[in-house]
Design a protein around this ligand. Structure first.
Ligand code: ADP
Length: 270
């Protein structure tokens, strides 16, 4: 009674010969679904105990100053590790939702000027004066999509630039146009990434330097979230980096995702 899922592979030989292979991937598909549900359920179940823990740690927060040396440091560790766990659980939940939902329910023309400005302000707070962060907008059309999701993708890219580009680097958040489509970009002139890491960067928990990434407060899920948000917006992520010179993360959107700036309503260009 169950639906069967088949995957076809067609190979062409010369002009008139074709080899068609069909693979039954029903079981694989079901296992993948079980994995997604499991991660979503575990993350959801972990949320309540973590909220209780952080609530108490908050309540007793003032006590930390009065505790003697080692105890005080232990208390601080409990607080920071609980926050880390909360960030991890929130990112896992967000990623599960992005994988499971169809998307498109809250698509609207996005006001990118204020969105990029807000992200710049948050990134400046994280940077604490160690970076110069600018916004550049030279694409007159507006992007149609989920503002919440685009916000979380771009914040991840901007916060990564602050965390990994190195002090004193210049970061630019940009809405611009290239020959292949309209782009939201985050560019930095920092340390860059060795080319062999680039194809694996959007994998969950993949890090270039594991020790350093944990210290910066990232969850290891940032770029996986970016990739899924872009998939839901028919967009793709291009990463170009030169060690010692900097990195550009470019989100490329097709024309179907753009609308004329003067149209405030949901009129979408076909
Ligand atoms: P996290 O930042 O939590 O480790 P991400 O998925 O956001 O996880 O990023 C994966 C890795 O990509 C980071 O650990 C870091 O090594 C590398 N990275 C991301 N952005 C930059 C950047 N702007 N410059 C240098 N390295 C970066």
């Amino acid at each position: 009674d169950e639906q069967m899922i088949l995957q076809f592979q067609i190979t062409l030989y010369g002009d008139d010969e074709r080899l068609v292979m069909a693979r039954d991937i029903t079981r694989l598909h079901r296992l993948e679904q079980m994995r997604r549900d499991f991660v979503a359920n575990v993350s959801h179940e972990l949320r309540t105990p973590l909220t209780v823990l952080s609530g108490y740690l908050e309540t007793y927060g003032d006590m930390a100053d009065q505790l003697p040396g080692r105890l005080g440091r232990g208390f601080e560790q409990m607080r920071s590790q609980t926050t880390r766990m909360q960030n991890l659980v929130n990112d896992l939940l967000l990623l599960s939702r992005l994988e499971i939902d169809q998307g498109g329910q809250d698509d609207t023309p996005i006001e990118l000027t204020s969105l990029l400005d807000n992200i710049r302000r948050d990134a400046e707070a994280l940077s604490n004066g160690h970076h110069r962060i600018d916004v550049e907008i030279d694409e007159p059309r507006r992007l149609v999509g989920s503002e919440k999701e685009i916000h979380s993708a771009l914040s991840n890219l901007a916060f990564n630039a602050v965390r990994y580009a190195g002090d004193q680097s210049h970061i630019v958040l940009r809405w611009t146009h290239h020959t292949d489509g309209a782009c939201l970009e985050v560019e930095d002139d920092g340390e860059g990434i060795d080319p062999h890491h680039i194809p694996r960067l959007t994998e969950r928990f993949y890090r270039v330097d594991k020790g350093r990434s944990t210290a910066t407060g990232g969850t290891g899920l940032g770029l996986a979230i970016v990739k899924h948000v872009l998939l839901r917006h028919d967009a793709r992520l291009e990463i170009s980096s030169h060690p010692g010179e900097g990195t550009v993360f470019r989100c490329v959107f097709p024309d179907t995702r753009l609308t004329d700036a003067e149209h405030d309503s949901c009129h979408q260009r076909q």
